[in-house]
Design a protein around this ligand. Sequence first.
Ligand SMILES: NC(=O)c1ccc[n+]([C@@H]2O[C@H](COP(=O)([O-])OP(=O)(O)OC[C@H]3O[C@@H](n4cnc5c(N)ncnc54)[C@H](O)[C@@H]3O)[C@@H](O)[C@H]2O)c1
Ligand SMILES: Nc1nc(=O)c(N)c(NC[C@H](O)[C@H](O)[C@H](O)COP(=O)(O)O)[nH]1
Length: 221
Amino acid sequence: MRPYVILNAAMTLDGKIATQTGSSNISGKEDLERVHELRKECDAIMVGIGTVMADDPRLTVHKIDANPEDNPVRVVVDSKCRTPIDARITNGDAHTVIACANEYKEEFKSSEKFEAFKEKGVKVFFSGDKRVDLSALMSYLHEEGIEKLMLEGGATLNFSMIKAGLIDEIRICIAPMVVGGANAKTFFDGEGFDLMDDAIKLELIDSYSLGKDLILTYKVI
Ligand SMILES: NC(=O)c1ccc[n+]([C@@H]2O[C@H](COP(=O)([O-])OP(=O)(O)OC[C@H]3O[C@@H](n4cnc5c(N)ncnc54)[C@H](O)[C@@H]3O)[C@@H](O)[C@H]2O)c1
Ligand SMILES: Nc1nc(=O)c(N)c(NC[C@H](O)[C@H](O)[C@H](O)COP(=O)(O)O)[nH]1
């Protein structure tokens, strides 16, 4: 068993979720409010360590009226336990789970950072050898009571999750902007598929304008 997983993101018309220098203010005001309404509905929100290092996100509900108990559990996929000790997602605003890989377990468990996270109430979950076993992580989170999980990115984790068949729904905000950049992060990076016939198939179930943005909702089939 695993949570129902909704991938939510924002991208430019040319498919970038950040520029080649990491600039990523893409969503309009109205979409940011939609994102926080979605966060409020979810039991957990998950990002990769690349997003933590690039954005230092709070992953709390703060752009709409909300109470502290509305904050979802924050999950970071972080094989090598690189999450900075002062990362905002390890503060006391919500519960936090850091998912690491077993190869780095002994080294991490004997570190000061591990003790500091324990004192802060941050949970650490180990799975996989060199990389986090995403299916095992989803099962663990479901056992912890997470029924609905919002995946926020980034580019690499999005591909791993969809390739593993762990995404049920995609909600994408397409902003009326073009940034280009061969090295800019796209909605899905990772190793990718070689053949179009191997593409993950989607079914469009909703589309609407929101401010200047276009919001598309797909079921992964
Ligand atoms: N516009 C948006 O909606 C949006 C949302 C989130 C992030 N972003 C942007 O995306 C960028 C970050 O994306 P990224 O690809 O660099 O990093 P990421 O956030 O996708 O994290 C990927 C990292 O997670 C770790 N990891 C551990 N196990 C893994 C597994 N099984 N599969 C995949 N990763 C695993 C690895 O270290 C990997 O490099 C940033 O620029 C951020 O601003 C944009
Ligand atoms: N939907 C969306 N639109 C954007 O334009 C953008 N840059 C992100 N980025 C996702 C990232 O994970 C965090 O949402 C941001 O970094 C803000 O983080 P917080 O509000 O502090 O949690 N997400």
